[in-house]
Design a protein around this ligand. Structure first.
Ligand code: ZN
Length: 317
């Protein structure tokens, strides 16, 4: 799977990704009805995404199998998307990650008090663990990527496990965070349920995902092979609700970055948004790749993205 040809097939525009995939019901509501919302991704490759007609959750169709996703992360992901083949996370990644960690710590504010038990699911290179530890929290990370987990341990002295099941069965936390991870998972709702089950009484769960309804960039720019699920405000809240969570009124909400608490009787009931799929299909209407290419509209985002990478690479540490 990790042959050079396989890697090349991950980047050649206008071709399919090298995977077979499988049909899958909606992970949020179990419905099998869908509307196509995109046929192309940000690399101008063929990638079909659908919205569930039951609830609006977006997913890749066909869904890559668990084995195909594992193989992808083991080989193509870092080469194709993070330009990182070395033993150490690249500088532009670390710079971005530090900036994000500061933002997340700021949003969580008083929850990160000295002695608070913090779990970061998908802790990457550990910048948020370091930020929370700097505020006196007891931190634990979960990170399956070995290079990044090793970096977090060595550089930040953080405790990092490779999977959730490696925690003691009765281990609970005052703060659980899951930042830009759920969209990568075949089973995001099940994962949220398991994470919510790790909350201590009065604990908070911070979840952040890319908002697929974000405006300001061409629809296909929001699709990415690694993101097998796509959320908007309504579907993130509904997934949280399935996990017994509701937005915490004491915390400010930043779009699809939300601090949740355990739901109680005063929270609004879970009502599916049945017309969300149609709304998303209209908002994300597929562009014809040829017409898009001819328009030259791809040039500016490409330059912007590269300029950002260059800026992050040379930014002061
Ligand atoms: Zn659904």
């Amino acid at each position: 799977m990790s042959s050079p040809l396989h890697l090349v097939r991950h980047v050649v525009p206008f071709t399919r990704y090298p995977y077979r995939g499988e049909a899958m019901a909606c992970n949020l509501c179990g419905d099998t009805g869908t509307l196509v919302v995109a046929e192309t991704d940000r690399r101008l490759k063929q990638l079909r995404s659908v919205a569930c007609t039951g609830c609006g959750l977006i997913r890749t169709d066909p869904m890559p199998s668990a084995a195909e996703l594992d193989a992808y992360y083991a080989s193509a992901y870092r080469a194709a998307y993070q330009f990182a083949l070395g033993r150490r996370p690249p500088r532009h990644h670390l710079h971005r990650s530090r900036r994000e960690a500061r933002f997340r710590a700021d949003l969580l504010g008083p929850a990160l008090r000295p002695g608070a038990r913090v779990l970061d699911f998908g802790s990457g290179s550990g910048e948020f663990l370091a930020a929370a530890r700097g505020q006196g929290c007891e931190v634990t990370g979960i990170e399956p990527g070995r290079t990044y987990a090793a970096y977090a341990r060595d550089e930040h002295g953080a405790r990092v496990l490779d999977r959730l099941d490696a925690l003691a069965p009765d281990a609970v936390f005052d703060v659980v965070t899951v930042h830009h991870v759920l969209e990568h998972l075949r089973d995001p709702v099940d994962t949220l349920v398991r994470l919510a089950g790790r909350l201590a009484p009065g604990g908070v769960l911070y979840a952040a995902v890319p908002n697929m309804a974000a405006t300001g960039k061409p629809p296909h720019e929001r699709f990415h092979f690694a993101h097998v699920h796509g959320f908007v405000l309504q579907t993130l809240d509904r997934a949280a609700r399935r996990a017994g969570l509701a937005p915490h009124p004491a915390y400010r909400r930043e779009d699809t970055r939300v601090v949740y608490r355990q739901a109680n009787a005063s929270d609004a009931p879970d009502v599916p948004a049945t017309d969300l799929a149609q709304t998303l299909a209209a908002a994300l209407a597929p562009l014809r790749p040829g017409a898009y290419l001819a328009s030259g509209a791809w040039l500016r985002p490409m330059i912007r993205r590269n300029a950002k990478a260059i800026r992050d690479t040379f930014a002061a540490r």
